[in-house]
Design a binder for this molecule. Structure first.
Ligand code: FO1
Length: 323
């Protein structure tokens, strides 16, 4: 018999990988129990539009309108805008579908009219029927940049235009030091109903580090006095998708669960690793993080729900979850 999961839950996440766990938690928990603090270090201004890829990926996923093939953008998308732009010689390396375009046009208009990114996100989510609360990590601009042999690159330049091919020697989160974390986060961390903080299997250096770089955020998470459970993005020592393993190698890090545990040391109580990495468990434990072994690959909705449930049960062993 499965336990009833109560209380409020906080998930820190980036885009595609994080959105999968967000969906599992959103569908598992009572409506409104989940708050997702989303990385905005990937945000940029493109074609005059303000684009928030990770926020939109999580929002589209929870609203069940995401493109299931790519994991970003909208399902049943058409591309007439891109085709017309291409004919005019415009920039088409970053693909904005016709339906998706509406999100960026309307976001840009509202920001120019003085709304905050948080207010825009909340209203878009309400209109798309998203029950969970999505918080941009900050209302101030933060830009993830990567140092390569040819100099510093903006995130989407590196990630999409250059397909994460350049060798990275450093990562920087420009503006993070001055960017106030989303104020709603502090209210949630002080809420006695908050059961646990979950860190999605997103890329630690590209998706989670920008969040943790915000002033006071790491201390606030620790200070909440509730379990912090991180999920490793590696399976069998490799990334499911994206450049996590490549980036770790380039930054001179060990590409295994211990390399991930070192990143979360001092913050996470538990690191969830896949069965394929169970041999890493002693190395994780040696870093003062409790390893928990389960299936972390999220191909189907059932996988997402199962991982969400496993994470909630881990928190129940340590914190405030009623059965
Ligand atoms: N990812 C791509 O690989 N190619 C694209 O052309 C692309 C366009 C795009 C448009 C809107 C959006 O919200 C996301 C988009 N993404 C695209 C995904 C995005 O670049 C990355 O997945 C994230 O920034 C990393 O989490």
């Amino acid at each position: 018999m499965s336990a009833t999961i109560t209380g409020k839950w906080l998930l820190l996440c980036g885009g595609i990988g994080g959105a999968k766990l967000a969906l599992g938690l959103d569908r598992l928990l009572p409506p409104g129990a989940l708050t997702v603090l989303v990385n905005t270090g990937d945000d940029f201004t493109h074609l005059g539009l303000r684009i928030s890829p990770d926020l939109d990926t999580v929002m589209y996923t929870l609203a069940d309108v995401v493109d299931p093939e790519t994991g970003w953008g909208r399902r049943d998308e058409t591309w007439q805008f891109m085709e017309a732009l291409d004919r005019l010689g415009g920039e088409v390396w970053f693909r904005l579908g016709d339906r998706d375009l509406a999100t960026h046009v309307e976001r840009t208009r509202r920001l120019a009219a003085g709304e905050t990114p948080s207010a825009v996100a909340a209203d878009f989510c309400a209109r798309l029927g998203v029950a969970s609360r999505l918080l941009p990590m900050s209302d101030a601009a933060v830009a993830t940049r990567l140092r390569t042999a040819t100099g510093w690159l903006d995130f989407q330049d590196y990630f999409v235009r250059l397909r994460a091919a350049p060798v990275v020697s450093a990562v920087d989160y420009a503006g993070a030091g001055q960017a106030a974390p989303n104020p709603a986060l502090f209210a949630l961390l002080a809420d006695p109903e908050l059961s646990a903080i979950v860190i999605a299997p997103s890329n630690p250096w590209l998706s989670i580090a920008p969040i943790l770089a915000l002033p006071g955020l790491r201390d606030a998470l620790r200070g909440a006095g509730i379990p912090v459970i991180a999920i490793s993005p590696l399976i069998g020592g490799a990334a499911v998708k994206g450049p996590t393993a490549k980036l770790m190698t380039e930054l001179g890090l060990e590409v295994n669960s211990a390399g991930i545990a070192r990143f979360y040391r001092g913050l996470a109580d538990v690191l969830v690793i896949d069965h394929a990495d169970s041999a890493d468990a002693p190395a994780v434990a040696a870093l003062d993080i409790r390893p928990a072994v389960t299936a972390t690959l999220m191909r189907t909705l059932e996988d997402r729900l199962a991982l969400a449930r496993a994470v909630c049960e881990l928190a129940a062993c340590r914190g405030r979850v009623a059965s």
